[in-house]
Write a protein that binds this ligand. Structure first.
Ligand SMILES: *[C@@H]1O[C@H](CO)[C@@H](O)[C@H](O)[C@H]1NC(C)=O
Ligand SMILES: *[C@@H]1O[C@H](CO)[C@@H](O)[C@H](O)[C@H]1NC(C)=O
Ligand SMILES: *[C@@H]1O[C@H](CO)[C@@H](O)[C@H](O)[C@H]1NC(C)=O
Length: 330
């Protein structure tokens, strides 16, 4: 069986991940060597199969959709803590250096699963708290806490954050804002509108340290997605989510991460379907979370977020990087 990008044989059950070299060609080269390689590959294949079948991949996901995939030889997982390029985060104003290390971080999602129990106090006791986009704390302190050390903001949420300075910018405690977006929109040399707005906010509020993810680092985030999912982000018409950037940044900065309000990857494929929950805790009448996840995962026309695929990657990282999950616990 030959598929574009894979000259050899596909490992059954692992469409997105593995491509074994053409066995017959190897065998003819040297019989003894060939048999040896075969045995090794067989053992490897068995181990990989056992490993991934324990992940509970029940959902028909983006990964298993037929399409022009890219295949990669299995390579040892890279260590995200040693992964980052230098100067991956460019200061927007002044010459602040990106230097933060926390032993323990709380990563607070924007999901309405947070409204289930009162984790606010526990969250605020974390050394560092990381939030996303325009997820507010005012009015939701009981559930999401009030402290924000780092906020990761997508290009598409810049206006929503800058529009409410009292909520997101004018704070007495030091806060780091990290913006990500397509380089042409975000970069200084392009004199992008967004960049100028962010710069103005950084000059206005002294407690803010604002950074933009460098173009080089943006490409690294794409490469990481490709290496972890077997799919090229652009060719597979995927958008990375703010969650993807936030999780990677958290792994880079924190020794331990406690994620609040993130469902496990197979959550939305449960039968019976889980009850409807708002995608954002601060938009109770907004879209349903599982509907949003499933539509995006299956979407093929236009670009889509692959929330479920991303969560499968987080599940693997959890074992590697001290990540635990609450509300729901997994
Ligand atoms: C950067 O900051 C340091 C002090 O932290 C200062 O000595 C230096 O002049 C600054 N450089 C520029 C280009 O502003
Ligand atoms: C920031 O908040 C303080 C009160 O907490 C207020 O006096 C000040 O005017 C605010 N600054 C801006 C620029 O909004
Ligand atoms: C996980 O956290 C524990 C306790 O803080 C720490 O001792 C250990 O080194 C961490 N493991 C990794 C892989 O960072």
């Amino acid at each position: 069986k030959s598929v574009s990008g894979c000259s050899g044989q596909l490992l059954p059950g692992h469409p997105g991940h593995f491509c074994l070299p053409n066995l017959s060609r190897i065998m003819s080269r040297s019989k003894a060597q060939g048999v040896m390689i075969f045995v090794v590959l067989f053992v490897l294949a068995t181990l990989l199969f056992l490993y991934s079948s324990s992940n509970g991949n029940t959902i028909i996901s983006y990964i298993s959709l037929p399409s022009s995939r890219k295949f990669y030889f299995f390579r040892p997982p890279l260590d995200l803590r040693l992964w980052g390029v230098k100067n991956g985060y460019l200061p927007v104003y002044g010459n602040k250096t990106f230097k933060l290390h926390c032993q323990e971080c709380a990563l607070i999602t924007s999901s309405s699963h947070l409204l289930g129990s009162n984790m606010g106090l526990e969250i605020d006791q974390s050394e560092c708290t990381i939030r996303m986009n325009d997820a507010p704390t005012t009015g939701y302190e009981k559930y999401v806490g009030s402290k924000t050390t780092i906020r990761v903001v997508a290009h598409s949420s810049v206006y929503r954050v800058l529009r409410k300075p009292q909520e997101f910018l004018n704070k007495t405690s030091e806060m780091m804002l990290i913006f990500w977006g397509p380089p042409n929109k975000m970069q200084q040399e392009k004199k992008g509108t967004l960049f100028r707005l962010i710069q103005k906010a950084s000059m206005t509020f002294p407690s803010l340290s604002t950074f933009i993810i460098s173009p080089q680092k943006m490409r690294q985030f794409d490469d990481l997605f490709r290496d972890e999912t077997g799919r090229d982000r652009k060719k597979s018409r995927s958008w990375l989510s703010t969650g993807w950037f936030t999780m990677v940044i958290a792994v880079e900065l924190c020794d331990r991460i406690h994620v609040y309000g993130m469902v496990p990857p197979n959550y939305c494929s449960q039968r019976p379907l889980p009850k409807k929950m708002a995608y954002h805790y601060y938009e109770p009448k907004g879209p349903d979370e599982c509907t949003t996840y499933l539509q995006n995962e299956r979407g093929w026309k236009g670009n889509h977020h692959r929330f479920i695929t991303e969560k499968k990657v987080y599940a693997r990282w959890a074992r590697r990087y001290n990540i635990t999950f609450s509300n729901p616990k997994w």
